[in-house]
Ligand binder design. Sequence first.
Ligand code: ARG
Length: 594
Amino acid sequence: NSVEGNICLVDELKNIFEVAITSAYPDLKDPPVVITLSGNNPKFGDYQCNSAMAISQMLKANNVKTNPREVANNILNKTPTSPFIERIEVAGAGFLNIYINKMIAEHILNCILRFGVKPPPVKKEKVVVDFSAPNIAKEMHVGHLRSTIIGESICRVLEFLGHDVLRINHLGDWGTQFGMLIAHLQDQFPDYKTHSPPISDLQAFYKESKKRFDTDEEFKKRAYACVVALQAGQPDYIAAWKLICEVSRQEFQKIYDRLDISIIDRGESFYNERMHVVVKQLKDGGFLENDEGRLIMWGDPDKHDSIPLTVVKSDGGYTYDTSDMATIKQRVEEEKADRFVYVTDAGQATHFVVIEACARRAGILKGDQRMEHVGFGVVLGEDKKKFKTRSGDTIKLIKLLDEGLKRALDKLVEKGRDKVLTPEELKRAQEAIAYGCIKYADLSHNRVNDYVFSFDKMLDDKGNTAVYLLYALTRIRSIARTAQISEEQLQAEVEKSGFKFDHEAEWKLGKVLLRFPEIILKVSSDLYLHSLCEYLYEISSAFTEFYDKCYCIEKDKEGKIVKIIYERLMLCEITARVMEKCLFLLGIKTVSKM
Ligand code: ARG
């Protein structure tokens, strides 16, 4: 038996029906191959092929007299035999109800027991994921938090599939604001070259220097001189700039450590020299137009319907646009990537559309190289207004994480868990809940929408939340413990007889678990992580139904175990493994006890 455990069933079915449909109707151009889940009633099969209606319409348009049922029968007659399909029935107006071969399903699930949860095979690509990207000396705000959480999860999904992923932190570490920061640094900490300045609050430092910049003409002149010296690469100024960046970086790193984020710092300054090169290329290629002193570029020179890039400002300076043109060139030519993912708020959508159009026009981006903007909505407070503190200040991310920790602990104490768990277990559970909830609340909403940040909602253990799922998982994990079956014992049973379906509720749960490869492929292509969250919730609901209906262990009146049904413990194990994998891909840590 050559079928591995990572097969995408729905794709297999699509292939089979594509063959059937084209051989039944060879003259039809692009007939639709529609395969869907059959829904809850087992009499409709496990999957359905609904192509017959559309094909019948197409045939009628070609003056062929037919009806969907006849078409469905013709497709059925041409369907090749497949190890995946037990039988197919024509039903109703012309549906093809597909019954999956349970033996194949068992084989796939046994592969999960033997080898773990494996990714479906895909063509390997090099992918650059540009995410998080806060700005030096400025606040890392909730928008950056969203980018960080979504970006990390995208990387995990792509890496799981075996892609070569480059995780880039495109820090805002370059620009004219550094002039005033350096000038202020020289005044405040004259010996900064020998003694690392104790700037604890870089935002306050930024505000102070900005205030001086706006009110003090003398200071403003010096700030400009500092920018010139910095851009000329004068060592003292570079050193000061590095110092300031380092202070910010350490702050950002605290957040990344807590949230378990890995990312490589490569800020805008990295492209400093490369900006000259790309500007020259665009000039030489005749792509730039003079617009009242500034040099602009249109994505489409004939249709000025979008906004152009500003490649060179009238004072000769470069912009965010220039840096992103240099960035895409670097990623294509030096990184040799196939796919370029940018995770930022939806407000930057147009920016990336125009960057892509210009990069294609200039021949920097070619053929099937894909540039994708993963946009997301705004984080709102419970009052549905922009997320702020009561006093109207922006919320510090570290404070937000701290509050999450506090609330998670309150929740655990409320349930009396502090009396059951060891201090280490309690701490692990607290962190898993706090950070897991914040991440899951973000990822479980369709990212393009704004979402309301509510600790009460995200810590509710009854809804579709991380706490609910983490509890569900520990409960599944505790079933084998109650049965006093060790992993080795279970594994020995797997080798001996393997998993087999018995009850209808097992089959229902099994079918959900079999969809894992399909979900992963979908997420890796559209980069919408809420489908993975919905899937997790679906698993846990199917599991609940199974567990209500099927005993894994039978006990007598005294509570003594009299029978263990190993196949069901195996199904628990498979469920736990798939859930753990999904949670890992979402960046959520699991715990064995909570
Ligand atoms: N630093 C930018 C911001 O805070 C995000 C940068 C995104 N990446 C990029 N290549 N433009 O909005």
